[in-house]
Design a protein around this ligand. Structure first.
Ligand code: URA
Length: 240
């Protein structure tokens, strides 16, 4: 792969394309120890050695982060009113990161943040039926009838019933707050909340704990994130 030197540096967050052009003009950039002829000069990432103000700048093509999304932020790349999930990733290099799918503003838990568009497409494609597991607290007593109903599919006002979903009842407390785990194979808008509404119950807390074979790291507190390990990247790629 060949890249223009100005794009290389802009991709790595050194500055905007026009700032980077200035740096090149001001001789703050070197390619293999030589000042580039201009911003259009082509280089080969991770083969040519690039420095900015004397510091080596290596190229990262893809980034993969796991965020434990906190409540109160939106699953978007920009927002005029709210903090976005990207605002939490303060060690990001790439400027083209985005969240893979959406969690509601009040939902917590696993969100994959990457710039790997092909992977995102595979994980989100309705045809691929990627499993997503949620932990929820639900007002009302979740029953074995609900388990059967969710397995059969419920009417949430779409053209078809929901696909078979696996509901596990973890706890039913005397105050009638049930704790459950629900695995769904699709990702309709507000799906978990609407499925419980369909059986007369209200979700009062929702957290995603897995997506495909990617599992939320229990050590991450809401708002914390980490890079995916090489093993996790390989495993989630295999889902393609
Ligand atoms: N289902 C919901 O209702 N909300 C989410 O954020 C995710 C799944």
């Amino acid at each position: 792969m060949q890249l223009r030197i100005d794009k290389y540096l802009a991709d790595m967050g050194i500055g905007t394309r026009s700032e980077v052009k200035q740096y090149i003009r001001k001789k703050q950039v070197q390619v293999n120890g030589v000042y580039p002829k201009g911003p259009e000069q082509k280089i080969v990432p991770n083969q040519d050695s690039i420095t900015f103000q004397g510091k080596a700048i290596s190229y990262i093509e893809m980034e993969y982060f796991m965020l434990n999304k906190p409540a109160g932020c939106v699953s978007a790349t920009t927002d005029a009113k709210h903090k976005t999930v990207l605002d939490y990733i303060d060690t990001k290099k790439r400027k083209d990161l985005f969240p893979v799918g959406r969690l509601d503003i009040d939902t917590e838990g696993l969100l994959l943040i990457t710039n790997d568009g092909a992977l995102a497409h595979e994980l989100l494609s309705p045809k691929k039926h990627v499993a997503k597991t949620y932990y929820a607290k639900v007002e009302g007593c979740v029953t074995s009838e609900d388990v059967v109903q969710f397995e059969k599919g419920v009417d949430i006002g779409e053209e078809r019933l929901t696909l078979p979903a696996e509901l596990k009842i973890l706890k039913v407390s005397p105050e009638d707050i049930s704790e459950i785990e629900l695995t769904i194979m699709e990702g309709k808008f507000h799906q978990v909340k609407r499925m419980f509404e369909a059986v007369g119950k209200k979700v009062v807390y929702l957290k995603r704990i897995s997506m495909g074979n990617l599992i939320l790291d229990e050590n991450l507190q809401p708002g914390e994130y980490r890079k995916l390990t090489a093993e996790e990247i390989e495993k989630i790629q295999m889902k393609r």
